[in-house]
Ligand binder design. Structure first.
Ligand code: IPM
Ligand code: MN
Length: 360
């Protein structure tokens, strides 16, 4: 494995630059620990790119990403750009084309409740238990999002289409993820109504024969939405098509309490020993209401960096180190405002970053 890596750093809008600054501190420490040399190239994305280059995903930013081994992404969007046509807005204008351009078909969204944080979840503490860790694997470049779109004066349509190859590649990633965790995979569909989803279930079931060590179950999406709040601990890995995964991953992340805690990875391939190209970003948005105040929670951005080492560099042990450092700081009672509870110590964005650096 080459010891030099190129990373595109796209901090974006709102709290993006603030939390990215903390992740970059952690990056430096991890480089020293792993002996990697990482060249970082900074580029504009989202609203700031609209301001500076006239569009949310400029050519120059694409070029920077193309030359990189992975993308570390902050967040995009804000009130300043909300009046633009939807397709030009930072979220859609930058994220969807990036996903398509780099074939980032596998979206991994862990919903983690760290020990001691059950109180931050809107669910009762006994439902969460000591620790909760559910992984949503969402298909990210197919289905309704990218099917044929048509529009007449009095009608409109989106087309949901999945090929066998598209289902198989995302299912492989879900099975392999389950294999490294609790060995349980729940595939979500709506096979009682939709033809695409009957096919989805068939293909996943067939592929499951290659993973006899993973227990495969199937669940209709409406039931899954209900089961996630009734008893989230029954899940280990959840596999879902694009639209269902969009909805269920928001639900799963809310169970974890704060969006400011959750990382995500979008991968262009199965992460073997050499890693795969991917985009790594916090699950929460740009939170313009608290931007610039130094109070945002940098943990999601820092864990996203951990996922970058895990999946893009093939170094899962580094993710574990970061995760444990975060757990340690939380166990010492330090909290940003979004996860503050009685008897804990309030810290700002920078302090939280420094504490995690120290814990690593
Ligand atoms: C997400 C977001 C995006 C999506 C939007 C901003 C296009 O909600 O990453 O989940 O729907 O995929
Ligand atoms: Mn979403």
């Amino acid at each position: 494995m080459s010891n030099t890596k190129n990373i595109a750093v796209l901090a974006g809008d709102g709290i993006g630059p603030e939390v990215m600054a903390e992740a970059l501190k952690v990056f430096e420490v991890l480089e020293k620990k792993t002996g990697l040399t990482v060249n970082k190239t900074f580029a504009d994305i989202g609203g700031i790119a609209i301001d500076n280059h006239g569009k949310a995903l400029p050519e120059s930013t694409l070029k920077t990403c193309e030359a990189a081994d992975a993308i570390l992404f902050g967040s995009v969007g804000g009130p300043k750009w909300e009046k633009l046509p939807p397709a030009e807005q930072p979220e859609r204008g930058a994220l969807l084309p990036l996903r398509k351009h780099f074939n980032l078909y596998a979206n991994l969204r862990p919903a983690i409740v760290f020990r001691g944080l059950a109180g931050a979840s809107p669910l009762k503490a006994e439902i969460i238990g000591d620790e909760l860790n559910v992984l949503v694997v969402r298909e990210l470049t197919g289905g309704l999002y990218f099917g044929k779109k048509e529009r007449g004066d009095d009608w409109a349509s989106d087309n949901m289409i999945y090929t066998r190859a598209e289902i198989e590649r995302i299912a492989h990633i879900a099975f392999q993820s389950a294999r490294q965790r609790g060995k349980k995979l729940c595939s979500i569909d709506k096979a009682n109504v939709l033809t695409t989803m009957v096919f989805w279930r068939e293909v996943v079931t067939e592929l499951g024969k290659q993973y006899p060590d993973v227990t495969l179950t199937h669940m209709y999406v409406d039931n899954a939405a209900m089961q996630l709040v009734r008893n989230p601990r029954q899940f280990d890995v959840i596999l879902a098509e694009n639209m269902f995964g969009d909805i269920l991953s928001d639900e799963a992340s809310m169970i974890a309490g704060s969006l400011g805690m959750l990382p995500s990875a979008s991968l262009a391939g199965a992460p073997g020993k050499e890693g795969a190209f991917g985009l790594f970003e916090p699950s929460g948005g740009s939170a313009p209401d608290i931007a610039g105040q130094g109070i945002a929670n940098p943990i999601a951005q820092i864990l996203s960096l951990g996922m970058l080492f895990q999946y893009a560099f093939g170094m899962p042990e580094v993710y574990t180190q970061v995760h444990n450092a975060v757990q340690k700081v939380l166990s010492q009672g330090y909290r940003t405002r979004d996860i503050l509870t009685e008897g804990t110590t309030l810290v700002g964005t920078k302090q939280m970053g420094d504490l995690i650096v120290k814990a690593i």
